[in-house]
Design a protein around this ligand. Structure first.
Ligand code: HEC
Ligand code: HEC
Length: 389
């Protein structure tokens, strides 16, 4: 922290947030922006419908928001795939076929159950309406091609026929039920509530240039493409309303941070690549009452859904604030996320930069942890093993 900076305690919540963004950017940027410089310049030189002259000043704040909250997975220039199946947000075939409303809902509500968290403050996320709008405008500034009219497209398909084609052509990337695999999910309620039939059809027909998503126009009949849309649409839950969810207020949380404060240190095996610890080793340490700190590096909205027993919320964009509460005395600190290494890796690198000695990232990530039947706690409180399901 620089001497001239005002103290966080004398700031309004909004100021606190801006302050934290600034601090995190100033300190974390060096770790995460390896090699990002060149592509940034290339982007600035580009023209197109959305890219206004003088855009640099106009988008400076949005770009800062984007780099703080989104770049670690979607890439600092929206190129996608910095982490797992976070799609390319600067892809032309994507941008020309999605509405601002589609983007707004995806960012505000996220895709719970995947690495894509809910970012609106009403859900415990860090962003307000105008910040989400600014991010949408930034994405629009990456758009070089004109919008296509997808919303009036009428699709007449048969989901049963579509299922055969899907198993043959699509499941290997999107999962057998569209749950996502090496590629983005297609069955998510938030996606299906806001994606029009025409938008889905356009993605299948045209593909996404520069990504693994092929164009199926010409490969499959028009009818087969309609059948696929009908199948994907059939995955939508009947009562597909927006979930009302209140996430925890991370800044306000100041309870105990150490799990098993009186326990002995865990006896962890050597970390894989000097960074990663297996779920099994962490589960064993929890079970045998070992002393450690567990940091949930996801957005706070995800923490409330479920987290590891005793874990405290430590969103990757709040790490500076959370760090002040963690003892720097050799206590083991384990960070995890869904991605499974992007957000937790950012948090761990930040702690290592600040000379924390025993730090690791949960190798398989929290979704795998839960799916393997390791204990999780639901709700705003860290909880203990006894509260776990
Ligand atoms: C921790 C990684 C991660 C972070 C950080 C992240 N995303 Fe995502 N995002 C994903 C993943 C993974 C998906 C695909 C989810 C799925 O399979 O349903 C996704 C999906 C999306 C989608 C929907 C795309 C579609 O076609 O359905 C949008 C829009 C999006 N993200 C924007 C953002 C923005 C803007 C931010 C920053 C505020 C952000 N994301 C932060 C991982 C992330
Ligand atoms: C080789 C892997 C692969 C195959 C095969 C594949 N896809 Fe995709 N698909 C992707 C990827 C990757 C994306 C996201 C690309 C991006 O925009 O970054 C995607 C995106 C999509 C989207 C847009 C989703 C969204 O949230 O924006 C739809 C719809 C889709 N695919 C449907 C299909 C269908 C239907 C098939 C089979 C006919 C299929 N895909 C086959 C990899 C694949």
């Amino acid at each position: 922290m620089r001497e001239s900076d005002p103290k966080p305690s004398t700031m309004s919540p909004k100021e606190r947030k801006r302050f934290r963004i600034r601090v995190v950017l100033a300190t974390v940027a060096t770790v995460v922006v390896v090699g990002g410089g060149a592509s940034m310049l290339a982007h600035c030189a580009r023209g197109g419908p959305g890219a206004s002259n003088g855009g640099d000043a106009e988008y400076a704040e949005a770009r800062q928001l984007y780099r703080t909250y989104c770049g670690l997975c979607h890439g600092d220039e929206g190129e996608g795939y910095a982490a797992d199946d976070a799609n390319a947000l600067n892809n032309q075939d994507f941008l020309v076929s999605v509405s601002n409303e589609f983007l707004r809902v995806a960012i505000a509500e996220g895709h719970p159950g995947t690495a894509m968290a809910a970012y609106h403050e009403s859900r415990g996320g860090p962003l307000d309406d105008s910040e989400i709008d600014a991010l949408i405008q930034l994405m629009r500034s990456w758009q070089e091609e004109d919008m296509v009219a997808v919303d009036d497209v009428v699709v007449n398909g048969d989901a049963l026929r579509g299922a055969e084609v899907f198993a043959r052509e699509c499941a290997r990337c999107h999962g057998d039920r569209g749950q996502g695999d090496s590629a983005i999910s297609l069955n998510h309620p938030v996606y299906l509530r806001t994606a029009s039939d025409g938008q889905i059809r356009y993605a299948i027909a045209k593909g996404r240039r520069g990504t693994p998503m092929p164009a199926f126009e010409g490969e499959l009949s028009e009818q087969s493409i309609d059948d696929l849309v009908a199948l994907i649409r059939s995955w939508e839950p009947e009562d597909n309303e927006a979930e009302e969810a209140e996430g925890p207020n991370v800044a306000a949380m100041d309870g105990p941070v150490i799990v098993n404060p009186d326990g002995e240190a865990p006896d962890f095996p050597a970390l894989r690549e000097g960074r990663y610890i297996s779920s099994q080793a962490v589960a064993d340490a929890l079970q045998s009452g070992r002393r450690m700190v567990i940091l949930d590096a996801r957005a706070a909205s995800d923490y409330a859904r479920f987290h590891l027993p005793g874990a405290i919320p430590s969103p990757y964009y709040e790490v500076e604030t959370v760090m002040e509460r963690i003892p720097n005395d050799g206590t083991w600190v384990i960070a995890y996320c869904a991605c499974p290494h992007a957000a937790s890796g950012r948090v761990m690198d930040f702690l290592r930069e600040h000379d924390f000695q025993n730090t690791a990232v949960l190798d398989e990530g929290v979704l795998h942890w839960r799916d393997e039947g390791f204990p999780v706690v639901v709700g705003d409180e860290p909880g203990t093993l006894a509260d776990a399901e």
